[in-house]
Every structure is written in structure tokens, then in C-alpha cells.
Design a binder for this molecule. Structure first.
Ligand code: BGC
Length: 759
């Protein structure tokens, strides 16, 4: 396609028309110039291609496809490879079906367990979310199919989702809510980005130039096009100037007309319209030039892959007395409707029309010692006495009871947030009753977000399976019976109760304003700083085998922040079965002027080890592993000092630790000196210290340091030396004028000004 020629031959109306969708899932064509319409479709844990009636809420059917584990589950795999494989499978499906861009991955941060869409999001941790998003994008795009990383940005609630204003301070935005996008954009180069519904600091994401142009393009180098979330456009003209290229699904031509009129009036530059057209056509061209319609889409093979992946995502949370794995000879009572009709994906736009669903009951057909009882009804909290009785009876006759529960669809969905973290009453009661008659009770959870577990002390085993996709039954069987050793790790903290969550007091916001009051202290960054007891920490997960760590080696003892540091560690499988371990590398910053979390995840690797096998894992850290966002310089900044390098089994259990001394290569700019500058802050400024320190010291002496013995004693009765020191530390320069007379206020202003000019 000769894009420049096409643009030069297009009328303004034709150009404006290209800036919105033709219908729910297609861009517009300009037949006269041979510009085709291309299709986009939802995902991203499967393909949701709607052939007929279209909607963005998962109401109408889409074509049959394979439903892979949802992002909440894939995040628990901590595995870039399997996430990448989902991407490749999805890419194949898109080539086969003629879909140019799959709408995902969704990388919004899990600020609260209440967000209705948490099941679609990866993590409370931006590093993990960014790494996995990049892997998924690379996988899809390796098939020459585009992705649309979403929802950009600050979209961590569903409440008032189309109008809410996420008020997020600069540092928090840079350290928590943007890095997953940043990593994916820089490393995996998604073809498109989808802007979110919400406002960010007062401005809709769809018209936010700072976000869509200054940060996304100018800083991160994004070279694709931005599309709106479905119906996220308010002021289209402002959006075009801001860098929001494609409005989806469109506005029946009215916004196209507004764009034309704005250009004619001189309120919008035609070159801004051209820029949007150019970006869209570049992607259209990329798609049509790389079409592979003959790509095979093998649903059976993908189903098998989905089963393998789901098993890798499951997190073993509790395994008292090695109640798991089960053996085929044991009598096992499988209980719970989800064992027969699993909840394996979430509701809304990501809903896949699965080509088949394999439940745990299906997967256990050949297992002779297994019975099944339903235990509870769907979508209702109500206790069904008959079902309960039947389940308790079955459990009492079995060696072990496995209850499959979790959250029904109505408890978590796109479009609204949860109001509590509880499981349905009937399930909690069932677990209580069953565990009373069977001491070997195991709970398997199918849910997209953390739940409270009031029964945790009365069951021996818990598996968090998240929403494992259509092959979840086979995967659950493989974990329960030890065909696969569990290797998932929690990508989020499970607090003991909702009130413990750092966003509890402000989540959802007041009216349309949602202030992210907890700042950077999201998830484990908060619980860790508070030393708060949690149900299960970020990164937590057990295995059927044992791993030991040793030989932590840092490539250097000290570095300048522009240098890389390689950290290596040996991991040995000391148990009797093969298994995978997630090596987690955390970095802890030295104490300093700014608040920092105790530790932050800065690297991870998942490895497979046979019994007795040892592997060395190496992880390379760069400047970002040590940096925080400095609001004075509006950039990443490394404070010089000793950083701890920690290898953790999870965020609260550090196996090995070492230290590296890091020297920051950028100096923080000095604050200007004024009469209000206090002694403590003055110490960063050599010049100012030379001039003012003697005068300030003089004040301290006058207050108690320098008197004769008798006076000194009298003073020390009234003022402790700590207080004197504090008084000196916090004394502003204007104290010189007030207490010593060594300089007048005007002289202080004058001298400060001179010092500032010299610096
Ligand atoms: C969702 C997006 C989705 C789009 C198209 C919106 O409501 O927020 O994630 O891709 O609909 O279905």
C-alpha cells in the first residue's frame, strides 16, 4: 500500500471516516482507493469472533473456539513460555479466521480484590503483569496478527467505569499503573493500544494527550495506533489532537462529521487527522501483507495445550499432612457443582464460546473409587438441605473429600465491582459440614479474585485454580492426583479480610472521583511495609516436591546505576518427584528521603527440575530494578546506597539475601534556597552550608549549647539535648533573623538569591 499517496488522494471526509469503526468489529474501507476493512475481535484467552449479532458484553454468541486459562490464572503460572504459547495459539486462530487484531492483553493493576474484572487482569505487581503481557503479545504477533494492550490507563475499577476519574499521583502512576504497559510497548511492540473508559487526573483517557502522545509515543516509542475502548469517546475532536486514532465501535458518522467541521473551522489541524489515518493504514497494510488464511487451527490440539497450561497455573495453598496428592486406590468424594459444571472463565467481553468443556467429573470417569455429589446450587447463596445432606453422607464414607467451589458468575463480572470478598454462604457452610465428617477435606477454588476463607483451619488442602479455561477438569485431576506437581504462585496477596486491603477506604471513589490514596503501596508493597498478617502472600505456592536454594552470586559488589548486575542462584530439587519452581528475585532499597516498599519483584524465572537435579538461574538487573520515579526530575532516579538482593520463595519468605552497593549517576537537582529552607535540607547544598551553617550553629549555641556550666544545667532541665538537636535540624534560615540577628530577613533573601544563581 502506498499510504502517503492514498492520504494525498483522500478527501477530508474520507480521512475522517477512517477514524471510526464501520461496525462493532470492523474498520472502514475506502473502496475507491482499495483500502479494505479489517476485523478486530475480543480475547485474549481465546478468540471471541462474532460472525452475526455483535456486542461488547458477551451477550451474543461468537464462533466456537478454545478457551484458555484467564489472565488471573496465567499470571499464577509465572511462566512467560506458556503465556507466549497461548499467544501463538490465538494468533493462529486469528489468521485462520481473518481477524487482524485481538483485543488484549488487559494489564490493569489489581488495586483491590473487588474489581469485577480482576479475573481478566494479571497481577497487583506491575513487573509480573508487564513481563507476561509482553510474552502474550510476542506470541500473538509472531503470527503477524496484532494485539491491543488495554485498558490504558488507570482503570482498576468497574464502578462508574465510563465516567470515573482515577486520580493518581505522578510517582504512583509511573511505578504502579504504567509500567506493565511500558514494558509491553517497549519490548513487544503491540500493533495497537486500547485506551480506557475512565478519566485520568481529570481528563478522559481517550482525549489525554499526555498519556497517548507524550508518554506512549514520545517516551516509549509506540508506533502503532490507539483505539478507544468501546464507547469511550467523549470529545472526538480533542481525541484526534491527543493521538486517539480510531474510535470504536463508531458513532454513526456524527463524530466523523465533527472532525471534518473542526478542521474546516480551523480548530483541528488536518495533519493531525492525516497522522491518525497514517497510523491506522500502516497496521491495515501490515495485516493484509502478511495474511496466512491457510493457517491450521487445530481445536483438539489447543484443548490439550489448554489443559497442560491450566495445570501449570494452579496454586497449592495448603497441604497439611500431605493430604495431596490423592492416590487412585483411595475412596474420594468429589463434591460441588463446579466439579460437574466448572466456572472456568469470566463474564463480559472476554467470554469465549468454548468448543468443549472438560469438567473434573468428566476427567475422573475412569477413576473407580470416586463418587460425586452436587452439594450446592448455582448462582444462589441459599443452602439446599437435601444436596448438603447427600454431600455430607458421601464425604463420611470416603477416605478424602474434595470440594470444588469458588465464585459463581454473578459474583464477579465485567461491568460492576464486587461488594465483598466472601464465597457464597452455601459453599462456606458445605465446607464446614463436610470437613466436620471428613478430616481429610480438600477445597479446590474456581474464581477470578481472592476470597476470604473462614474455613481455612478446618480443611487440610486448598488449591487455588483461578479460572482455568475449558480444560480445567483435566488439569484439576492432574494436580489432585499428582500427575503434575503444582507450580503456580499467587500473583496477588490474599488478605485475611477485605478491610485489610490498602485501598479499602477509598476504593470506588466518591461520586466520579476515585483518588488512589494508598499511592505506591498496592498489594504486597503495603502488606509488607505494615508487616501485616495475610492469608497468603504474593508469590506464595506449594509443591509436591522440595526445592532448596544455594550459592547466591552477584556479578559485582558495587555498580554504577548505568551498569547491569547479574544475579545467579542454584536451585535443587530435593524431593521425590519432578516439578517446577518459580525463582523470585526481589530488590530492597536503602532507607532514604522517599518512602519505598520493603522489597519489589524485579525478576523471576520458572524452571523444571527432575528429582536430585540442580540448575543455576541467572537474572540480570538494570537501572530500573533500583530506581524510583523522582517527581523533582520527572524521571527514574537511583539513590546511592546498599540495596538488598533477595531470592524469595514468596514476597514474605526470603531464602537467600546479598547486598550490592549502587551509585546513582544522576544528581538530584538542588531545591532553591529561601528563608524557609531548614537546616536539614540545607545540608545538600555545599555553598549554602558554607554561608549559613555558622549562623545556624550560633542559634543552637545560644539556645543551650554554649552557656556557662550553671546556665547550661538550668537549660538542660527544661530542654533535652535531643530537643536542642531537633530544633537546630528543623530551624529555617529565617530563624537567623529572628533569633541571632546575624542577618536580616531581607539580607537572607538577597544572599539566598545569589547562591541559587551561582548553582
Ligand atoms: C471492554 C473491552 C473490550 C471491548 C470490546 C469493552 O466493553 O472494556 O475490554 O475489548 O468492550 O468488546
Amino acid at each position: 500500500m502506498d499510504i502517503e499517496k492514498m492520504i494525498s488522494e483522500m478527501t477530508l471526509e474520507e480521512k475522517a471516516s477512517l477514524l471510526s469503526g464501520a461496525d462493532f468489529w470492523h474498520t472502514k474501507a475506502v473502496e475507491r482507493l482499495g483500502i479494505p476493512a479489517v476485523m478486530v475481535s475480543d480475547g485474549p484467552h481465546g478468540l471471541r469472533k462474532q460472525d452475526e449479532a455483535a456486542d461488547h458484553l458477551g451477550v451474543n454468541e461468537s464462533i466456537k473456539a478454545v478457551c484458555f486459562p484467564a489472565a488471573s490464572a496465567t499470571a499464577a503460572s509465572f511462566d512467560r513460555d506458556i503465556t507466549g504459547k497461548i499467544g501463538e495459539s490465538l494468533g493462529d486462530a486469528c489468521q485462520h479466521e481473518g481477524v487482524s487484531v485481538v483485543l488484549g492483553p488487559a494489564v490493569n493493576i489489581k488495586r483491590s480484590p473487588l474489581c469485577g474484572r480482576n479475573f481478566e487482569y494479571f497481577s497487583e505487581d506491575p513487573f509480573l503483569a508487564g513481563e507476561l503481557a509482553a510474552a502474550l503479545i510476542k506470541g500473538v504477533q509472531s503470527r503477524e496478527v496484532g494485539t491491543s494492550i488495554k485498558h490504558f490507563a488507570g482503570n482498576s475499577q468497574e464502578h462508574r467505569r465510563m465516567s470515573s476519574d482515577s486520580v493518581i499521583d505522578e510517582r504512583t502512576l509511573r511505578e504502579i499503573y504504567l509500567p506493565a504497559f511500558e514494558k509491553a510497548v517497549k519490548v513487544a511492540k503491540p500493533w495497537t493500544v486500547m485506551c480506557s473508559y475512565n478519566r485520568l487526573n481529570g481528563e478522559y483517557a481517550s482525549e489525554n494527550r499526555r498519556l497517548l502522545t507524550d508518554i506512549l509515543r514520545d517516551e516509549w516509542g509506540f508506533d502503532g495506533f490507539v483505539m478507544s475502548d468501546w464507547g469511550a469517546v467523549s470529545d472526538r475532536v480533542k481525541g484526534v489532537a491527543a493521538g486517539m486514532d480510531l474510535e470504536m465501535p463508531g458513532s454513526d458518522g456524527s463524530n466523523d462529521r465533527r472532525v471534518v467541521e473542526a478542521v474546516r473551522r480551523g480548530d483541528l489541524k488536518e495533519e493531525d487527522v492525516d497522522t491518525c489515518v497514517r497510523r491506522i493504514l500502516k497496521i491495515v497494510d501490515r495485516w493484509i501483507s502478511n495474511r496466512k488464511p491457510d493457517t491450521a487451527w487445530d481445536l483438539e490440539a489447543q484443548h490439550a495445550l489448554a489443559a497442560e497450561m491450566a495445570a501449570d497455573c494452579m496454586v497449592l495453598l495448603k497441604n497439611e499432612d500431605d493430604v495431596l496428592p490423592l492416590s487412585k486406590e483411595e475412596k474420594v468424594a468429589v463434591i460441588g457443582l463446579f466439579a460437574e459444571k466448572p466456572r472456568y472463565q469470566g463474564g463480559g467481553s472476554s467470554h469465549i464460546n468454548s468448543c468443549k468443556v472438560e469438567s473434573l467429573v468428566d476427567a475422573l470417569k475412569e477413576y473407580p473409587c470416586v463418587t460425586y455429589a452436587r452439594g450446592y446450587g448455582v448462582d444462589s447463596e441459599e443452602i439446599d438441605e437435601e444436596l448438603m445432606k447427600e454431600a455430607v453422607l458421601a464425604a463420611s464414607k470416603a477416605d478424602k473429600a474434595v470440594i470444588v467451589g469458588g465464585l459463581p458468575d454473578s459474583f464477579e463480572s465485567e461491568g460492576y465491582d464486587r461488594t465483598h470478598m466472601r464465597m457464597p454462604l452455601c459453599q462456606n457452610k458445605l465446607i464446614d459440614e463436610v470437613s466436620r465428617v471428613n478430616p481429610n477435606t480438600v477445597v479446590v477454588l474456581y474464581n477470578g479474585s481472592p476470597v476470604e476463607m473462614p474455613w481455612i483451619g478446618s480443611v487440610k488442602g486448598v488449591i487455588e485454580a483461578y479460572l482455568g479455561g475449558q480444560a480445567v477438569g483435566a488439569a484439576t485431576r492432574d494436580i489432585l492426583y499428582g500427575l503434575v506437581s503444582p507450580s503456580g504462585r499467587l500473583p496477588e496477596t490474599f488478605p485475611r479480610k477485605l478491610e485489610d486491603n490498602p485501598s479499602f477506604l477509598s476504593y470506588g471513589g466518591e461520586g466520579n472521583t476515585a483518588v488512589y490514596t494508598e499511592g505506591i503501596f498496592v498489594g504486597y508493597r503495603y502488606y509488607g511495609r505494615k508487616k501485616m498478617d495475610v492469608l497468603f502472600p504474593f508469590g506464595y505456592g506449594l509443591s509436591y516436591t522440595d526445592f532448596s536454594y544455594g550459592n547466591l552470586v552477584l556479578s559485582k559488589k558495587s555498580i554504577i546505576d548505568s551498569e547491569e548486575l547479574t544475579v545467579s542462584v542454584d536451585v535443587t530439587n530435593r524431593g521425590n518427584c519432578a516439578g517446577k519452581e518459580v525463582v523470585q528475585l526481589y530488590v530492597g532499597a536503602p532507607a532514604g528521603d522517599v518512602f519505598r516498599p520493603v522489597r519489589e519483584l524485579k525478576g523471576f524465572e520458572k524452571i523444571f527440575l527432575e528429582p536430585g537435579e540442580t540448575k543455576t538461574v541467572s537474572i540480570t538487573l538494570d537501572k530500573r530494578a533500583f530506581a524510583y520515579w523522582n517527581v523533582k526530575i520527572h524521571d527514574w532516579f537511583v539513590a546511592s546506597g546498599d540495596y538488598s538482593i533477595e531470592i524469595g520463595r514468596n514476597s514474605r519468605d526470603i531464602a537467600l539475601c546479598s547486598t550490592v552497593s549502587v551509585t546513582g549517576s544522576v544528581e538530584e537537582p538542588l531545591d532553591p534556597v529561601t528563608p524557609d529552607t531548614i537546616y536539614l535540607d540545607l545540608q545538600k547544598n555545599k555553598k549554602a552550608m558554607q554561608v549559613f551553617a555558622p549562623m545556624l550553629d550560633g542559634i543552637a549555641e545560644a539556645f543551650g549549647g554554649g552557656q556557662d556550666e550553671e546556665q547550661g544545667e538550668a537549660a538542660s532541665e527544661a530542654i533535652s539535648s535531643d530537643m536542642l538537636e531537633a530544633m537546630q535540624r528543623y530551624m529555617p534560615l529565617r530563624g537567623i533573623a529572628s533569633f541571632s540577628g546575624a542577618m536580616s530577613y531581607d539580607e537572607l533573601v538577597e544572599v539566598s538569591k545569589r547562591i541559587n544563581e551561582e548553582v
